[in-house]
Design a protein around this ligand. Structure first.
Ligand SMILES: [Zn+2]
Length: 86
């Protein structure tokens, strides 16, 4: 997977892609596979792109943040229990 830099301005685009297989009915019938999210950013003067997937990165981040919050809460509880024991 392409590493999407976190210190760059990223543009996200929802796109369909054709896989290029001549036997693929999905591509023959329509726009191709997807839509999937792609990230675009500049590396010097070059435009780079990276595949993300079906879920927008912000939605993914939100889910991650929620998971992190849940873990933090759990840790806080454990810590409170541990310090209460002292
Ligand atoms: Zn295809």
């Amino acid at each position: 997977m392409t590493n999407i830099p976190s210190d760059q301005h990223i543009t996200y685009q929802l796109q369909y892609r054709k896989c290029g297989k001549p036997s693929c009915s999905t591509c023959k019938a329509g726009q191709g596979h997807g839509p999937y999210w792609y990230a675009y950013w500049r590396e010097g003067s070059r435009l780079r792109s990276g595949y993300i997937g079906k879920v927008h990165p912000n939605a993914q981040k939100q889910a991650e943040a929620e998971a992190a919050r849940a873990t933090a809460k759990l840790l806080t509880k454990e810590y409170a229990a541990a310090s209460a024991a002292h």
